[in-house]
Ligand binder design. Structure first.
Ligand SMILES: [Zn+2]
Length: 311
């Protein structure tokens, strides 16, 4: 474990924020401590696993690594939601760059988003992926240009990309400010970065507290609000163009419900029934307004932030 200062403002002064355990992998013996910076309000894990230690918290069955093209048979609605989510991610990029270009996806996993972009035409995509096994899979199965390792290890040239994306990646980084500096270096002068992170300012975060899926301890080292994220982007030479939380609300909500049930001793049968009820199309239809309101007021569980490299 290591102790760090605030990645946004450098202050070491914190107040306790939350005590958590690993709910996703159901390991109650794995603890994590979140603190909040007294100076700037950033919420982060401290102390936290070192880069070498964090690896043990990403076993291969970790959901994000599941290859979208094979994988286990999924509930059709869940699969639909995933495909729909991929199309939504594509649109976040094309609305600012309809003409195409070179795109780098950091933490690209098996490359689903890269394939979605290339299917648009006019895009050449590159990816970096920490897991060597998953990077190889993306190369061999989908013929994608994916390098294993970190962004820094890839050592791209200066100003080579039009767009850099990080979907559900930024909150996992040990030094997000340093990564933004590297993104700034590899982006062309008017290049854009698109980040999706869990939104600490969401209704879900407030409703579920320590059981909120967006905390994903101990893998999430930072928990941003649109405002702490904007401040960090601003410090590293980016101007925010847009925040949006109109994405992925329902699945995150369903996961939080599962965590809450687990923590309160619900049986597997109860969790199965709850899952079935939540993924029932009628439930979705009936609750749609409840998910619409937060999504248009920046109170949805995820926020997508688009920022442009400052000239
Ligand atoms: Zn701070």
């Amino acid at each position: 474990m290591e102790t760090v200062t605030c990645n946004l403002c450098g202050s070491a002064e914190t107040r306790p924020f939350a005590q958590l355990s690993d709910l996703l992998l159901e390991r109650p013996e794995v603890h994590a401590t979140l603190v909040q910076c007294v100076n700037c309000g950033l919420v982060y894990q401290n102390p936290r696993p070192t880069p070498a230690e964090i690896v043990q918290h990403y076993p291969l069955e970790y959901e994000s690594y599941t290859d979208f093209s094979v994988g286990k048979k999924r509930n059709w609605l869940l699969q639909k939601a995933i495909n729909y989510g991929s199309q939504k991610r594509v649109r976040f990029v094309t609305r600012y760059r309809p003409q195409g270009g070179r795109l780098l996806d950091i933490g690209c996993a098996a490359g689903a988003f890269m394939l979605g972009m290339e299917a648009q035409g006019g895009w050449k995509t590159y990816g970096v992926e920490l897991s060597e096994e998953v990077a190889l899979l993306a190369r061999s199965r989908h013929g994608l240009e994916v390098l294993p390792g970190t962004l820094e290890q890839a050592s791209f040239g200066d100003e080579v990309f039009d767009v850099v994306t990080m979907w559900d990646v930024f909150e996992h980084l040990h030094d997000p400010a340093a990564t933004l500096r590297e993104v700034h270096r590899v982006l062309k002068p008017d290049g854009i970065v698109v980040l999706r992170v869990p939104n600490l300012a969401s209704w879900d975060a407030r409703l579920f507290g320590p059981y909120w899926a967006g905390l994903d301890a101990p893998r999430h080292l930072y928990v941003f609000t649109p405002w702490t994220l904007e401040r960090m982007l601003g410090r590293e030479g980016f101007d925010v163009l847009d925040h949006s939380s109109a994405i992925g609300s329902y699945m995150t909500f369903a996961l939080s419900v599962r965590f809450w049930l687990t923590a309160h001793g619900a049986s597997e049968e109860t969790k199965r029934l709850a899952g079935r009820a939540l993924y029932n199309p009628l439930t979705r239809l009936a609750t749609a307004p409840l998910f619409y309101i937060p999504s248009v007021t920046l109170r949805g569980p995820l926020v997508v932030t688009t920022a442009r490299k400052r000239g």
